[in-house]
Ligand binder design. Structure first.
Ligand SMILES: NC(=O)c1ccc[n+]([C@@H]2O[C@H](COP(=O)([O-])OP(=O)(O)OC[C@H]3O[C@@H](n4cnc5c(N)ncnc54)[C@H](OP(=O)(O)O)[C@@H]3O)[C@@H](O)[C@H]2O)c1
Length: 231
C-alpha cells in the first residue's frame, strides 16, 4: 500500500515541525507548507505558502490539483499570537478556511483534518455576541468568512472561530468519512508559547497527532486536547 500523504501548514518550526517530523518517522509522505522552503524539515516536500495571502493559498492548491495529489491528512497548524487583529484573523481563520475549502476535492475518503486550536479559544471565554454567532446551529463557511472579516477580538477569539470552523467542515465532509476536529496542543515551549510554558513541543505535537491518527469511528466536529474534549 502507498504511504499516506499529509499537508501540514507552519511546518517550519514549533509544533508543526514536530508533527511533520513525527509523521515522516511513521512512514508518511509529508508536504511541508512553509513560507520559506529552506525551513522545511528533513525528508519532507516543501510547498511554499503564505497563509495570510489568498493568492498564495490559491497557487498552492493549483499545484496540488495539477498533480492530482490526494491528501490523507490536512493539519492547519500555522498561527500567530502577537499581531494586529486583522493579521491574526487572516492567518488563524481565513487562511485555514480558504485552504480547507479549496482542498476539499483532494481530501481522500476517510481523511483526517486537524484545525490547531487553543485553550484560549474556549467559547465560554469569548464575548457573548461572538460566541452566539459562532455557535449558531446553521453556521456556514460564508458566515465564518464574514466573522473573520469583522476580526472582532484577538487571538482567543480567532481560535474560538477555529473550533466553530472544525464543526462546520465536519458536517460538510461527514458523508465522505472525513473526520475534522479542532485540537489544542496545550501551552507549549515553542517560540509562540515561550520558555516558561509547562509542556514540551513534543507533548503539544502529540495532542495534534491524536487527531491525525483517529480511528475511523473516532469523533468529528469536536474540540480536544490530549484526546479529551474541551469546550
Ligand atoms: N505554543 C503554544 O503554547 C500554543 C498554544 C495553543 C495553540 N497553539 C497553536 O499551535 C500552532 C503552532 O504554534 P507554535 O507554538 O508551533 O508557534 P510558532 O513556534 O510561533 O510557529 C508558528 C508557525 O506558523 C507559521 N506561520 C506564521 N505565520 C504564517 C503565515 N502567514 N503563513 C504561513 N505560515 C505562517 C510559522 O512560519 P514561519 O517560520 O515562516 O514564521 C511557524 O511555522 C498555532 O496555530 C498556535 O496558535 C500554540
Amino acid at each position: 500500500m502507498d504511504s499516506p500523504t499529509a499537508l501540514i501548514t507552519g511546518a517550519s518550526r514549533g509544533i508543526g515541525r514536530e508533527v511533520a517530523s513525527a509523521l515522516v518517522a511513521r512512514g508518511w509522505n509529508v508536504l511541508a507548507a512553509v513560507r520559506d522552503p529552506a525551513a522545511a524539515p528533513p525528508r519532507t516536500r516543501p510547498e511554499r505558502v503564505d497563509m495570510a495571502d489568498a493568492d498564495s493559498i490559491g497557487a498552492l492548491v493549483q499545484r496540488l490539483q495539477a498533480a492530482a495529489q490526494p491528501l490523507d491528512a490536512l493539519v492547519n497548524n500555522a498561527g500567530v499570537y502577537l499581531a494586529p487583529a486583522r493579521h491574526i484573523w487572516d492567518v488563524n481563520v481565513l487562511g485555514p478556511l480558504r485552504l480547507t475549502r479549496a482542498l476539499e476535492p483532494l481530501l481522500a475518503p476517510g481523511a483526517r483534518v486537524v484545525m490547531v486550536g487553543s485553550g484560549l479559544g474556549r467559547m465560554s471565554a469569548q464575548p457573548r455576541a461572538l460566541a452566539r454567532r459562532l455557535c449558531a446551529a446553521e453556521l456556514s463557511l460564508d458566515d465564518l468568512e464574514r466573522i473573520a472579516h469583522d476580526a472582532l477580538g484577538g487571538y482567543g477569539a480567532s481560535k474560538a472561530a477555529v473550533s466553530a470552523m472544525a464543526r462546520v467542515f465536519a458536517a460538510r465532509l461527514k458523508d465522505r468519512g472525513i473526520l475534522v476536529n479542532a485540537i489544542s496542543p496545550g501551552w507549549v515551549r515553542s517560540d509562540m508559547g515561550g520558555a516558561s510554558a509547562p509542556r514540551s513541543v513534543e507533548q503539544g505535537a502529540s495532542s495534534v497527532l491524536w487527531g491525525v491518527q483517529l480511528a475511523a469511528d473516532g469523533p468529528s466536529g469536536g474540540v480536544f486536547e490530549d484526546g479529551r474534549p474541551i469546550d
